[in-house]
Design a protein around this ligand. Structure first.
Ligand SMILES: Nc1ncnc2c1ncn2[C@@H]1O[C@H](COP(=O)(O)OP(=O)(O)O)[C@@H](O)[C@H]1O
Ligand SMILES: [Mg+2]
Length: 367
């Protein structure tokens, strides 16, 4: 199948609760809000003119000689019924929620598995393990992967607690895209901590993840491949050093998505050129270990902090990271010598070879 023309469905989520997403749809701009991962609690986004990741991937699939088409999941059961009739050879999975509920992201891929449909990226286990950051951190600890000490608390109950010390960062336990992460996330005393925990619970109805704040450089490792054949792409650094004095040096929501803010304008991702060989190796090995520990496959991105003393901490591992050409994953693939189209082609090949290997194994077992 690899190398032959395939019918590829670009599967993405869109729902009407988000007025910006609806506006994008109306404008024929494609469904993904600017950060590429939908969530109904996200602030409204403006209609954007630049191509969405979905449009870029669509173009790349055409360039590769395939036949792409779109399938939209809008959160209603009817869209699931339509998906059950999908006759694509492969689904390029861009969903990050079902109807805006991102805790259902894993259900979407579990449903694809039940339907026997082939798709790119992580399966339900990996999405579950990485989405619940407290679980992911416990798994990292088991594998000896350094991650900031933490406690988690929900409605007055402590669900897990290391002996942690200030400064701390307080985050929702299972959001991504820096939702709920702003200058108030880093807390220096008990009063600030208690206020922030309450804010997270009220706003996101999620346990609060309270982590030791790691001062240091923010480094992202794109990983391409599956299991023992996974490879780390050149490391990318998000330079936060120019953020104004007194603002915590973190990748807040503004830094990532709000183009009109100072925070966005003063920060920039680039290939981390100045790391010595040994540090680069430790960052890459750590990223690979985290990727494998959470059972990520095809492609993923591991977010890390490099402390001034050289310690490497995993902040989180992201299955199916944002593939827009200006984002860190594509930047890393480019530095590894892959054009955008080649990067998309590699993800397709990785997904297809997983399914072909599985059917070979099954065929062998039957003889
Ligand atoms: N323990 C930590 N120490 C220092 N910075 C952190 C820590 N946890 C999160 N951050 C900062 O907040 C950003 C977003 O946190 P992250 O857990 O990756 O959330 P999301 O899933 O929303 O991307 C990180 O990229 C980093 O800049
Ligand atoms: Mg992150």
């Amino acid at each position: 199948m690899i190398g032959t023309k395939m019918k590829i469905a670009l599967l993405y989520d869109l729902w009407n609760e988000d007025p910006a997403a609806a506006a994008l749809k109306e404008a024929g701009e494609g469904g993904r809000p600017s950060n590429g991962n939908g969530c109904k609690r996200k602030p409204a986004k403006k209609v954007k003119k630049e191509k969405t990741d979905r449009e870029e991937i669509f173009d790349a699939l055409e360039k590769l000689g395939h036949e792409p088409y779109n399938i939209e999941l809008d959160g209603r059961p009817q869209s699931l019924h339509a998906l059950a009739k999908c006759d694509a050879d492969l689904i390029f999975n861009l969903t990050e929620s079902f109807g805006g509920d991102d805790t259902r992201e894993m259900n979407v891929v579990a449903y694809l598995d039940l339907l026997g449909l082939r798709y790119t990226g992580a399966g339900p286990h990996a999405i579950f393990l990485s989405q619940d950051k407290a679980i992911a951190k416990k798994i990292f600890a088991f594998h000896g992967i350094k991650t900031p000490y933490f406690a988690s608390s929900y409605r007055g109950r402590i669900e897990h607690a290391h002996d942690i010390s200030f400064p701390l960062i307080v985050k929702p336990s299972w959001e991504d895209g820096s939702i709920g992460i702003d200058a108030g996330s880093v807390v220096k005393n008990v009063k600030e901590l208690m206020e922030r925990v309450e804010y997270i619970q009220d706003e996101f109805d999620s346990p609060a993840l309270i982590e030791e704040y790691i001062e240091g450089r923010e480094v992202y490792a794109g990983v391409l491949g599956s299991y023992e054949r996974a490879q780390v792409l050149p490391l990318v650094e998000l330079d936060l050093s120019r953020l104004p004095e007194g603002t915590p040096k973190i990748a807040s929501y503004d830094v990532k998505f709000e183009k009109n803010t100072e925070a966005y304008k003063l920060t920039k991702s680039a290939i981390a050129e100045d790391l010595d060989e040994e540090t680069r190796r430790r960052l890459s090995d750590t990223a690979l270990a985290a990727y494998r520990a959470l059972k990520l496959r095809d492609y993923g991105r591991v977010d890390m902090r490099l402390a001034p003393n050289g310690e490497v901490y995993v902040i989180e591992a992201n299955p199916n990271p944002w593939l827009a050409s200006r984002q860190e994953f594509a930047m890393a693939a480019k530095a590894a010598g892959l054009s955008y189209t080649e990067m998309i082609g590699t993800i397709l090949d990785l997904a297809m070879s997983r399914y072909l290997n599985a059917s070979l194994v099954n065929a062998a077992a039957m003889h």
